[in-house]
Design a protein around this ligand. Structure first.
Ligand code: ADP
Ligand code: ZN
Length: 529
């Protein structure tokens, strides 16, 4: 592709073609790059795979001096630098994995002006010696990657990032570009405030990933449900399965291997060599299923990940979107599949109640969980909900489970009243709190040992809920939790009423519920295989 003859190609475009070998900029890359080349500050919000790296790499090459890149991804710095060096870009990094000699060599290169890009771990910038080093060289720009790490509201806060506000004070004339794939209004405001990006231009790309089909199903037998998904729709495909715990990862990986699937485990409890070996097999071989905790994935650039499955409820919509965003970077149809159940809510609540940090921190975690639950229980298009969460409007997508098989809603007011009044009675008449299982047993009129032991068969509500099945009652409870008509607390996941429960009990509020799906939604493109 040649540039128009009478308009000379910009330095940026020449750099894109000569160094990176690409023909044209994507989306807003050109505007962003020109803005930073001209010395402006920028806040860039782009989904995973959108092409954020070039937005600071090209300005760093075009402007005189060294571009300083702050990144929390220490484990990936070596790879990133190797990839740049392979393109002929003079890149280096400084982090805690290096010995003093290696560090001194990079420092010497920096001072001699022999680097285009220098990657730094954020904790380096808390060290006065690093700041003095930077004073002695020429800096072209600061790029702050994964900028959401500075926001306490977000899902991935790192205290080291708070020190980055000092960059502006010490080097007021050096342009700064902050980049992230996480972009709720609250997080965005916090990033701008904490990094003192008062005059920065905001570049907000569309967060939609139309080739990803979002599906959320009730969790019954998670491993079997997962295997069914892999066998019927993703045979031989590469994918990632996320589990909350290391044990969950190990069990699931072993189960898949036994079932004849090429699965590998990945979590922080494995030694570094095993983790590196598994990661490299996932990247280089076809059709590997990586079963992992969220320790896996940040910065992994594999284009043909065909599915991302969650066997446990993610802690936030932001985390969920970032994790599912690793599917389908090549633009081909891909699946984001999540199985979630009542137990997830109980477990997350327990983690929140037991978490360190102040009350405000726990409130933030609870708000994240509530938003995640609302997404799971929505009767609307999943994509509309997701994008709305990131402040973007859209219409029903036609490519998510609720669009393909719109959930049937029913008037669950009476069911909700039965459930809530049982919780109320136990609290008022017996001074007792129980988890969902016991309350459902009471409603179904089951004379279990625990029911008899507590004399619960004597309650007037005993056996008044036989019109619904156990699974349906569990669905009712999940949805009452999602609608904040019920809350779960404490180590045992006991249920309590909320400020809004009274409106339902007093028949001042109708409760609409979605019916439990009988058959799983299959991808419209399942004929592919
Ligand atoms: P992000 O950091 O936003 O997740 P990356 O910067 O890693 O995304 O880019 C994702 C992929 O897209 C990379 O493989 C990158 O080389 C490629 N890419 C980025 N910009 C362009 C472009 N203008 N033309 C072609 N490919 C691009
Ligand atoms: Zn949809």
């Amino acid at each position: 592709l040649a540039g128009t003859p009478d308009i000379p190609d910009s330095d940026a475009l020449r750099c894109l073609r000569r160094v990176f070998g690409y023909d044209a900029f994507r989306g807003e890359q050109r505007e962003i790059i020109e803005h930073v080349v001209d010395g402006g500050d920028a806040l860039v919000l782009m989904p995973t795979g959108g092409g954020k790296s070039l937005c600071y790499q090209i300005p760093a090459l075009v402007r005189p001096g060294v571009g300083i890149v702050v990144s929390p991804l220490i484990a990936l710095m070596q790879d990133q630098v190797d990839a740049l060096r392979a393109l002929g870009v003079r890149a280096g990094f400084l982090n805690s994995t290096q010995d003093p000699d290696e560090r001194r060599m990079v420092e010497a290169e920096f001072l001699a002006g022999e680097l285009d890009l220098l990657y730094l771990a954020p904790e380096r910038l808390r060290v006065e010696a690093t700041l003095r080093l930077l004073d002695r060289g020429k800096i072209s720009l600061f790029a702050i990657d994964e900028a959401h790490c500075v926001a306490q509201w977000g899902h991935d806060f790192r205290p080291d990032y708070l020190a980055l506000s000092a960059l502006h004070e010490r080097w007021p004339d050096v342009p700064r570009i902050a980049l992230t794939a996480t972009a709720t209004e609250a997080t965005r405001r916090e990033i701008a405030a904490r990094l003192k990006l008062d005059d920065a231009r905001h570049f907000v790309a569309s967060f939609d990933r139309p080739n990803i089909q979002y599906r959320i199903v009730p969790k019954n037998e998670p491993k079997r449900q997962l295997l069914e998904l892999l066998r019927t729709e993703h045979a031989g495909d590469a994918g990632v399965v996320y589990c909350l715990s290391r044990k969950g990862v190990e069990d699931t990986a072993a189960f898949l291997v036994q079932s004849g699937i090429d699965a590998l485990p990945y979590h922080a409890g494995l030694d570094a060599a095993t983790r590196a070996a598994h990661q490299s097999r996932f990247l280089r071989e076809d059709g590997i299923v990586m079963v992992a905790t969220i320790a896996f994935g940040m910065g992994i650039d594999k284009p043909d990940v065909r599915f991302v499955a969650h066997l446990d409820l993610p802690k936030s919509v932001e985390g969920y979107y970032q994790e599912t965003g690793r599917a389908g970077r090549d633009g081909q149809p891909s699946t984001a599949w999540l199985a979630y159940g009542l137990q997830d809510v109980v477990q997350q609540r327990k983690l929140i109640d037991g978490s360190e940090g102040d009350e405000a921190h726990r409130r933030r975690l609870a708000a994240h969980l509530e938003a995640m639950l609302a997404l799971c229980e929505t009767v609307e298009c999943r994509r509309v909900q997701l994008l709305a969460y990131f402040g973007q409007q859209s219409g029903p997508c036609g490519n998510c489970d609720t669009c393909i098989a719109p959930p049937v809603t029913w008037d669950g007011t009476i069911a909700a009243q039965k459930f809530l009044s049982t919780v109320l009675r136990l609290a008022r008449e017996r001074r007792q709190k129980f988890g969902a299982g016991q309350i459902i047993d009471i409603l179904l009129g089951k004379k279990t040992a625990k029911v008899i032991q507590h004399d619960h068969d004597a309650l007037t509500v005993f056996g008044i809920g036989t019109e619904l099945s156990m699974a349906e009652w569990r669905g009712v409870v999940r949805q009452l939790l999602a609608q904040r008509l019920l809350a779960v607390e404490g180590e045992y996941g006991t249920l309590v009423l909320t400020d809004d429960s009274g409106d339902v009990l007093g028949s001042r509020r109708q409760v609409l519920l979605r019916r439990e799906p009988e058959k799983p939604v299959r991808s419209a493109g399942a004929a592919r295989s």
